[in-house]
Design a protein around this ligand. Structure first.
Ligand SMILES: Nc1ncnc2c1ncn2[C@@H]1O[C@H](COP(=O)(O)OP(=O)(O)O)[C@@H](O)[C@H]1O
Ligand SMILES: [Mg+2]
Length: 242
């Protein structure tokens, strides 16, 4: 199942403004192949903006994003997905009126490879058994945790190598948060995926991440090994407010 490509994502001096107001100000990071990077920070820190800029949904005012030496800055969101970078927006971005199966098929549509479609569907069902049991039910009948599984499943249907996850644990019960985190960790281990994991749940994210970035007001406050930041509770408490 592993698709080793050895590509690294490099973000260099990225700045994004919305109507003249800076949301991201000179942020740099590297996500090596087969690794998890946690991006922590309070509301409004620029975490979602960072994800959107990497995915090509907002245009940076300055700085660059590259993946395996290819410059992503200026590329369309579709072209970036084709390179193997897939985003799961806050809330999952699934279509509630469609069934689980339809949501997954839609995410595979542009590949036009029916044999691969079946294989990809089988892989997602094996990874998330609760989805297999609800395959033909509308997505709005799923629990919060199942919806998040579907959102990650959709990203996998596009054959992603790098997942950009925007607060996947938001609003979920602690038991479900652990399940989601464990799955992300397994995806990295078993399938060689890389993950940019945006979270406000610092403890859960740092437990599975390799590297960590703490953002505040669009700037990098700390950038280090996740294991080190996990021991600096005063620091992340000060910024995350708990
Ligand atoms: N579409 C937008 N238009 C204007 N301002 C925005 C928009 N999206 C985000 N912002 C502002 O940019 C800053 C960073 O937002 P965001 O990236 O969503 O932060 P986070 O995800 O860390 O909560 C905030 O001050 C927010 O109000
Ligand atoms: Mg956000």
């Amino acid at each position: 199942m592993s698709r080793k490509k050895g590509r690294m994502l490099e973000v260099d001096g990225l700045s994004v403004s919305y109507g003249g107001v800076a949301a991201l100000d000179g942020v740099s990071l590297r996500i090596p192949d087969n690794s998890i990077t946690a991006v922590l920070g309070p509301n409004g820190a620029g975490k979602s903006t960072l994800i959107r800029a990497i995915a090509g949904l907002v245009r940076p005012r300055a700085g660059t994003v590259s993946y395996g030496r290819r410059l992503l800055t200026g590329m369309s969101p579709e072209a970036i997905v084709r390179l193997g970078i897939s985003m799961v927006p806050e809330g999952g971005g699934i279509i509630r009126e469609l069934t689980v199966d339809e949501n997954l098929r839609l995410a595979h549509l542009w590949r036009r490879d029916r044999a691969d479609l079946r294989k990809a569907l089988d892989e997602v069902m094996a990874l998330f058994p609760p989805l297999a049991a609800r395959r033909h039910l509308p997505a709005n009948s799923l629990s919060g945790g199942e919806r998040q599984m579907l959102a990650v499943g959709r990203a996998l249907m596009s054959r992603a190598e790098l997942l950009l996850l925007d607060e996947p644990s938001l609003g979920l019960a602690p038991r479900i948060v652990s399940l989601i985190m464990r799955t992300i960790h397994e995806l990295r281990g078993q399938r060689g995926l890389s993950v940019l994991l945006v979270e406000q749940n610092a403890r859960s994210a740092l437990a599975i991440a390799d590297e960590a970035l703490l953002l505040s007001s669009g700037r990098t406050v700390a950038s280090r090994r996740a294991g080190e930041l996990a021991h600096e509770e005063e620091l992340w408490h000060a910024y995350l407010g708990y």
